[in-house]
Design a protein around this ligand. Structure first.
Ligand SMILES: CC(C)(COP(=O)([O-])OP(=O)([O-])OC[C@H]1O[C@@H](n2cnc3c(N)ncnc32)[C@H](O)[C@@H]1OP(=O)([O-])[O-])[C@@H](O)C(=O)NCCC(=O)NCCSC(=O)C[C@@](C)(O)CC(=O)[O-]
Length: 308
């Protein structure tokens, strides 16, 4: 099966980094991922620089990347102020995010869910007027750091409101990595049955080691679009305890091993993940940055075995 990946390392991957990452490094990160074959990116966020200082250079990053016909660049847009910035930047697609629980909505977007939906309706209208595609993203769609497991009925209610105001695509965020394969099946099946025309994307975090199991559940339901971050970087600054996205290296390795096509060169990805580790000055969670290639390790000889 052909699986489409959206690379989110320059946005979700970096947004919680406290030390500033240079604009040049952000641009190089995206360019390296393009070289490895990735074609869809959440590049940056047009959010308040006071809330997320790491995304303050959104305009400069997009300007440095320039316009490309072969790649889709997305940016997060929470409100009209962000929409005006996005319109000026020319970014291809606007990601209109909101939260599935009231507590996370207040923490992340400083408003109620209902107010967030109203904000996003105006953002979507401006996107349409600008000839840009707007897609929706729902944080804490499976579990919330403040409220526990997110009820499926709540996800359905919000998805319905988003469909009513014209969204055709919804990214489901497992922000704190609590989703399980059975919950993925329940939520996706319920959404499909209520809104058959709504296109679904899974945005998974690996906090509890279940992200690839959740991808497998998604694949079994025919979901072919996933989001990931090089190195397994990432985490929402407004969800205490949030950790990295499913690592692009681990996801691509898994998908190729299962016979799926991604268009991504795995070896290049590993090289670029190690480069990112150097930029951030630490080991990153991606397992496939450390695992040796299968068959490349020489067996221990007798002498080495004797000394243990
Ligand atoms: C949502 C807002 C903007 C509301 O922010 P607010 O404080 O309610 O907005 P406000 O209208 O009261 O404005 C307050 C100040 O922010 C400025 N401001 C206001 N908006 C903008 C903007 N767009 N761009 C630039 N500046 C902006 C505005 O100009 C003003 O500046 P001041 O006059 O005080 O100097 C704010 O709370 C915010 O930026 N929050 C950050 C949310 C965020 O980025 N979260 C992380 C991404 S979501 C995520 O990670 C989850 C996801 C999607 O990945 C899914 C998953 O992982 O599962």
């Amino acid at each position: 099966m052909k699986v489409e990946l959206t690379e989110v390392s320059s946005r979700d991957g970096l947004q919680s980094e406290t030390a500033p990452v240079s604009t040049a490094d952000k641009i190089e990160l995206v360019e390296r991922c393009i070289d490895a074959g990735l074609r869809r990116f959440e590049v940056t966020s047009f959010v308040s620089p006071r809330a997320v200082p790491q995304m303050a250079d959104a305009e400069e990053v997009l300007q440095g990347l320039g316009t490309r016909d072969d790649v889709v660049f997305q940016a997060l847009v929470p409100n009209l102020r962000g929409a005006e910035r996005a319109a000026r930047s020319g970014v291809h697609e606007w990601v209109c995010f909101l939260s599935a629980t009231e507590s996370h909505s207040r923490a992340n977007s400083n408003c109620s869910i209902q107010d967030a939906i109203a904000r996003l309706e105006s953002v979507r209208e401006l996107a349409a007027a600008e000839g840009r595609r707007a897609v929706a993203a729902l944080a804490v769609a499976f579990g919330c750091p403040f409220e526990g497991v997110t009820p499926t009925a709540q996800v359905l209610r919000i998805a319905g409101a988003l469909v009513d105001i014209g969204f055709e695509e919804l990214k489901l965020g497992d922000t704190i990595g609590t989703a399980t394969p059975s919950q993925i099946r329940t939520v996706v099946t319920a959404l499909r049955s209520a809104y058959p025309d709504l296109s679904l994307v899974l945005h998974l975090h690996d906090t509890r080691g279940l992200s690839l199991a959740n991808v497998l559940a998604g694949l079994s339901l025919g979901i072919t679009r996933y989001e990931s971050a090089l190195g397994g970087t990432g985490g929402c600054p407004f969800a205490p305890g949030a950790t990295g996205n499913v690592a692009t290296e681990d996801l691509v390795h898994f998908l190729h091993a299962e016979g799926h096509e991604t268009g991504v060169d795995f070896d290049q990805l590993v090289t670029h993940g190690r480069w990112l580790s150097g930029v951030l000055g630490r080991d990153l969670p991606a397992r496939l940055q450390k695992a040796p290639p299968i068959g490349a390790t020489r067996p221990l000889d007798a002498a080495a075995r004797a000394v243990g």
